[in-house]
Design a protein around this ligand. Structure first.
Ligand code: NAI
Length: 488
């Protein structure tokens, strides 16, 4: 049996390796991680991440050709192909802090591979890395090669959290970058043979290493740029009386533009978009391309602006203060169908509201209380716009309660903020919620999932991003003066 090993049992490594095991019964797949708690969760009924369909795939293969282990060295040394899916966060300190990718985990994994290997291996970069990282890994491996031949491939992962299993089972494309040498081409073919078990050949694209590495950064930058573009339009819609969903519809019918990623919202989140754009910006700056760097930076600036604008809107609508008022926050994950809160806009919005001394009652169907408390009390590392240099003071964190359903969160609240587009928020009994709230009752829909007309009929004062404003809410800048940058 061919043995492969996936290093890193996170949001990418776990689902990706599980789907390979499902589709390739003749391959033995070991997923390894240095985190004992993560591995024991993968071996339990309570998987460490939530993804629709993941549990079924893991249950089908675990104990047959899929195993999860902390014995990293053993499984790496036995494998013919090693997939690297370790985390590559933004660097927190030192050269390039706040922008460059932190390759500490990456490098230590590469050194470990070099130490324990006794046979030739194909090393597959799955993590998102700066362009020319394959060269760096090759240097580390070559330095300790003991005569072993390594072929490095770049095979960036394009799955989206929330639809990871579907994306893996039916990808738009699989990208494999490798060397043009005969050995490089042989390695590309070996990886192609794995994907070809379930992916049509014409969807498997092969390129050189650098194109594959850059394509992943470019992919995330383009997607985030679409969100910032429509969010920028949403501000203009509110100022002019246009409606952003109508503008989106008009754009989406242009086949040159298409319909995806055109929903205005409180802003994008997730572990990848911001980090990968910053990484791209850093690479551009390093190559003397300051105009290009500034262009991409603007995508993040608009995202920050959108979160800030939302907080200002909440405060200015509620008589210019939320001090002591109960605000229900519905949704904390960065998008629906995931438990992931990394870089979720909810963190910035909650911190902004806490900065104006609101009392928050937060409900999310999948995010644990511990996670929310950790997210709100941790200091973020930011790039060159340090909005969260200071952690919230402990009394502010005490103003947060995390509750188990939307009705408890909204009871006696002055306002509601919808921050994640969970389906269950569309079908709540808003009449009951209205009856149990303080009046006037405000609702701020940061995901544009609610029926504004119906809510207004019930009696709510409604703000929905990029939609014509309730007569209560004056266009931005004309409402109440004095609300400056309230995110602490
Ligand atoms: P994650 O943080 O969920 O998982 C990474 C795992 O690697 C952790 O469990 C960590 O303990 C483990 N690890 C770190 N160093 C290790 C070592 N030396 N040996 C063994 N295990 C080690 O990260 P996630 O979200 O899975 O991302 C991984 C990579 O994939 C990143 O580069 C990310 O940019 C990229 N990516 C992420 C996507 C996402 O939606 N989360 C989508 C596509 C790519």
């Amino acid at each position: 049996m061919v043995k492969i090993c996936g290093i890193g049992a996170g949001y990418v490594g776990g689902p990706t390796m599980a789907v390979i095991a499902l589709k390739c019964p003749s391959i033995e797949v070991a997923v390894v991680d240095i985190s004992h708690s993560r591995i024991s969760a993968w071996n339990s009924d309570q998987l460490p991440i939530y993804e629709p369909g993941l549990e079924e795939v893991v249950k089908e293969c675990r104990g047959k050709n899929l195993l999860f282990s902390t014995d990293v060295e053993k499984h790496v040394s036995e494998a013919e192909i090693v997939f690297l899916s370790v985390n590559t966060p933004t660097k927190a300190r030192g050269l390039g802090a706040g922008k460059a990718a932190d390759l500490t985990y990456w490098e230590s994994a590469a050194r470990m591979i070099a130490d324990v290997s006794q046979s030739n291996k194909i090393i597959v970069e799955k993590s998102t890395v700066p362009v020319r990282t394959a060269e760096a890994i090759e240097k580390i491996l070559a330095h300790n090669s003991k005569g072993i031949n390594y072929q490095i491939l770049s095979n960036p992962e394009f799955l989206s959290e929330g639809t990871a299993i579907q994306d893996l089972l039916n990808p738009d494309r699989v990208l494999i970058g490798g060397k043009e040498s005969p050995e490089g081409q042989k390695a590309i073919q070996a990886l192609k043979d794995i994907y070809a078990q379930w992916v049509q050949e014409d969807k498997i694209i092969t390129t050189n290493l650098w194109s594959a590495e850059l394509s992943k950064l470019a992919d995330n930058a383009f997607l985030a740029q679409r969100i910032s573009s429509i969010n920028a339009m949403s501000a203009l819609c509110e100022a002019t009386g246009a409606e952003v969903s109508q503008v989106s519809l008009a754009l989406s019918k242009n086949t040159k533009i298409g319909s995806k990623f055109l929903n205005a919202s409180v802003g994008f989140g997730g572990s990848c978009f911001q980090k990968d754009i910053l990484n791209l910006v850093y690479i551009c700056e390093g190559n003397g391309l300051s105009e290009v760097a500034n262009y991409w930076k603007q995508v993040i600036n608009v995202n920050d602006y959108q979160k800030n604008r939302f907080v200002k809107r909440v405060i200015s609508s509620m008589f210019n203060t939320v001090s002591g008022k109960k605000i229900a926050v519905l949704g904390f994950a960065f998008k629906k169908d995931t438990s992931d809160t990394r870089k979720t806009p909810a963190i910035d919005v909650c911190k902004g509201l806490l900065g104006d001394e609101a009392r928050l009652s937060i409900y999310d169907p999948r995010v644990t209380e511990d996670q929310i408390q950790r997210d709100l009390s941790t200091n973020n590392v930011e790039w060159d716009h340090p909005i969260h240099l200071h952690p919230l003071n402990p009394t502010m964190v005490k103003q947060v309660s995390i509750v188990r359903d939307a009705y408890e969160a909204t009871k006696d609240a002055h306002g509601i903020c919808i921050l994640t587009e969970w389906d269950e928020f569309k079908t709540l009994d808003y009449q009951k919620i209205y009856d149990d709230m303080q009046k006037p009752a405000f609702i701020f829909d940061g995901r544009n999932i609610l029926n504004v007309g119906k809510l207004r009929e019930i009696g709510f004062i409604v703000y929905s991003i990029g939609k014509p404003l309730d007569s209560w809410l004056k266009p931005e800048g004309h409402a109440y003066s004095g609300v400056m940058d309230i995110i602490p």
